[in-house]
Design a protein around this ligand. Structure first.
Ligand SMILES: [Zn+2]
Ligand SMILES: [Zn+2]
Length: 271
């Protein structure tokens, strides 16, 4: 029987050789997952929001065996995890994959205020499920994944989330900067965010900048200028040292920079 799949939910691009970027333009997070193919197998960095089947999409993109590497456990990166058998994630967030999102959370992620277009045919708030899924490989950072003719190393870059991983293809100068660095407001204000830790991770990535040709982030764009890495590092350091925010609301302080921004905790009032 012919299998049909409308791909309207996804937008596919090829931002560097051998890399397929999978954007979800209709959900406001503008999250990106990435499929990196070697000669033997393919790595899928994250499984998106679950708005449409990621597994069905990946089956159209490659015949290779595919394993998932979750950059971290935030909902918009693990949405289709339950469709996959082989899932690697950092030890600090592996337990989070057992979580099944409640209907009211799904309603928030895919409600009118969160969508920029319709859900795919056959999908509704009732039929979208996120979690639970089961990790099969627990990572510490430093692991090297050989895909056949191409290898990627997991780099632990906590701060935005405790188990956040970036992926580095050293030989080709390609960095998947995941949620550590992307062109948009960097989320550094949630309970699990730690700015000094985030600074150390950004220092690590900024030190790599001279060797990089391509950076593929996990939100907003499939390519990010390498020059942003040192500027993001410097911005986080300035904020840590007490720079005045550009805006504040009840929950966070906003700092604006050219090409990105930072959402940070509200500055502590001086007595
Ligand atoms: Zn995140
Ligand atoms: Zn994210």
């Amino acid at each position: 029987m012919a299998r049909s799949l409308t791909l309207d939910w996804y937008a596919i691009s090829h931002p560097s050789p051998g890399v397929t970027a999978i954007l979800e333009p209709l959900q406001r997070e503008h999250v990106l997952s990435y499929l990196i193919a070697g000669s033997e197998r393919a790595m899928l960095i994250d499984t998106g929001t679950g708005g449409q089947s990621m597994r069905a999409l990946v089956a159209l993109l490659t015949d290779l065996p595919v394993f998932v590497l979750n950059s971290h456990s935030h909902w918009d990166h693990v949405g289709s995890n339950h469709e996959f058998d082989d899932i690697a994630i950092h030890v600090a967030e592996a337990h989070e994959l057992a979580y099944r999102y409640a209907p009211e959370e799904i309603a928030e992620f895919f409600g009118e205020d969160s969508l920029l277009g319709p859900l795919p045919p056959g999908r509704s708030l009732e039929t979208i499920g996120i979690g639970p899924s089961a990790p099969t490989t627990i990572l510490q950072g430093g692991e090297r994944f050989d895909l056949g003719g191409r290898s990627l190393t997991a780099v632990h870059t906590p701060g935005h989330a405790p188990g956040l991983l970036s992926l580095l293809d050293e030989e080709n100068g390609v960095l998947f900067s995941t949620d550590t660095a992307y062109p948009g407001p960097l989320y550094a204000f949630s309970d699990e965010t730690d700015i000094p830790t985030y600074i150390r991770s950004m220092e690590l990535l900024a030190d790599l900048a001279p060797s990089l040709r391509y950076i593929h982030p996990s939100h907003n764009a499939d390519l990010m200028p390498v020059s942003l890495l040192p500027r993001m590092r410097d911005a986080l350091i300035d904020i840590q040292q007490g720079k005045a925010p550009d805006h504040v609301d009840e929950t966070k302080a906003t700092y604006e920079y050219e090409g990105f921004g930072v959402y940070a905790p509200l500055p502590v009032e001086q007595p």
